[in-house]
Structures are given as structure tokens and as C-alpha cells.
Design a protein around this ligand. Structure first.
Ligand SMILES: Cc1cc2nc3c(=O)[nH]c(=O)nc-3n(C[C@H](O)[C@H](O)[C@H](O)COP(=O)(O)O)c2cc1C
Length: 187
């Protein structure tokens, strides 16, 4: 049976994004493993334009970006967790997102036959305690990235004031928000 993909996008091991992913997984009725983007090699997009005619990335055989896209293809839902770095996601995460350009171009070469969309959510952690637009850019990017894979980004939790590695562990309100998200409907 297909299961949700829970993926932490932080380069920092055992930090707040990892904790957010673990908290989400723990609130689900069945065991779902957490995966970590940092365990995968992902090269940055070269902007070569080859994918606009082939739908394939020239780097596909050199790294694991495609392996992660296949995980997105096969999941029943997706939950991404990650930190704010200079008002966006860390470079590794943005590199992976940029690499989906080949999938985006493939869509134009082979238009999708179905419009069924799966559930997606994001949990973003930020060191700053305030900032109305702290997660605005990330939310917009994730929405259009996930749409390529037929996911609808239903909710983005923007959890502020979490800077130290273990900050989320001692924030009951943030943990409760993640648990509520995980228990809202079927993932
Ligand atoms: C390079 C870098 C850039 C950061 N930029 C921001 C920022 O723009 N706004 C913010 O609120 N926090 C910023 N932070 C703080 C992180 O978002 C915060 O420490 C977060 O909890 C890290 O999550 P993690 O433990 O999952 O890696 C930055 C941290 C680093 C290392």
C-alpha cells in the first residue's frame, strides 16, 4: 500500500525540521519512516535547457534527485519540513526543487492524463520570533513545485522563534500544531 512521504529538508541533523518530521510521523495511526534530503546527493540545475526538448535531465544519472522524484510519484501524500534560510529554504532543498524543471518540461511534452491531486503539507521552522512574510516565498515555491507532481499544498505551518537545535522539543504549542495537522484527515 502506498504511504505518505515525510521528508526533512534541513542540512542540520537532529534539529527542528527533523523533530517536526518525527512529531508528524508519531501522530499518524501507522508507522511511516522519515527521510532526510541530506542523505541524498543532489546536484544543482545547470540551466542547460536540454530538458525542454527531451523532458530528461542531463544530470539524472549522476545523482539521486530523480530517486526522490520517484518517491514523490509513488507516495499517497507528502509532508515536507524545513528551516527558513534567508527567507527561503536551504540551498540543498532549493537545488532539488530546481531540478524538477525537467519534470515540469516533461509535462508540456507529455500532458497529464489525470488531474487527481494528493494531499501535501509543509512545516517550516524559523529562528525569528516575528515576521508576517517569513514563510511567504517558501510557501509559494512549494505550492508550484508540488503541483508538478499532482500534489495540492493544503497547509503550511510557519513555526517562528525556533532557533536552537532543540527548540521545537520545548515548544508545546508548536508540537501541538504539528500533531493537529497530522491528525486532520487521512494522510
Ligand atoms: C544560513 C542560515 C540562515 C538562516 N536564515 C534565517 C532567516 O532568514 N530567518 C529566520 O527566521 N531564521 C533563519 N535561520 C535560523 C533557522 O531557520 C533556525 O535555526 C531553524 O530552527 C533551523 O532549523 P533546523 O534545526 O531544522 O535546521 C537561519 C539559519 C541559518 C543556518
Amino acid at each position: 500500500m502506498s504511504q505518505p512521504l515525510i521528508l526533512s529538508l534541513s542540512p542540520r541533523a537532529s534539529g527542528n525540521s527533523d523533530m517536526a518530521a518525527a512529531c508528524f510521523a508519531a501522530a499518524l495511526p501507522r508507522t511511516v519512516p522519515v527521510r532526510y534530503l541530506r542523505d541524498f546527493t543532489v546536484l544543482p540545475c545547470l540551466g542547460c535547457g536540454a530538458c525542454s526538448s527531451t523532458g530528461q535531465c542531463v544530470l539524472a544519472a549522476q545523482d539521486q534527485a530523480e530517486e526522490l522524484f520517484t518517491a514523490l510519484d509513488q507516495a499517497s501524500a507528502v509532508v515536507l519540513t524545513g528551516p527558513v534560510y534567508f527567507y527561503h529554504l536551504p540551498a540543498q532543498a532549493k537545488a532539488w526543487i530546481d531540478r524538477s524543471q525537467s519534470r515540469y518540461m516533461r509535462r508540456h511534452i507529455q500532458p497529464r492524463l489525470t488531474t487527481t491531486q494528493r494531499r501535501a503539507a509543509a512545516v517550516i521552522v524559523a529562528g525569528r520570533p516575528q515576521g508576517a512574510r517569513l514563510c511567504t516565498g517558501i510557501e509559494r515555491t512549494l505550492r508550484y513545485f508540488l503541483d508538478i507532481f499532482d500534489y495540492r499544498l493544503e497547509e503550511t505551518l510557519c513555526l517562528r522563534g525556533l532557533d536552537e537545535r532543540t527548540a521545537l522539543q520545548t515548544s508545546p504549542t508548536s508540537l501541538a500544531a504539528i500533531t493537529a495537522l497530522a491528525r486532520h484527515g487521512t494522510w
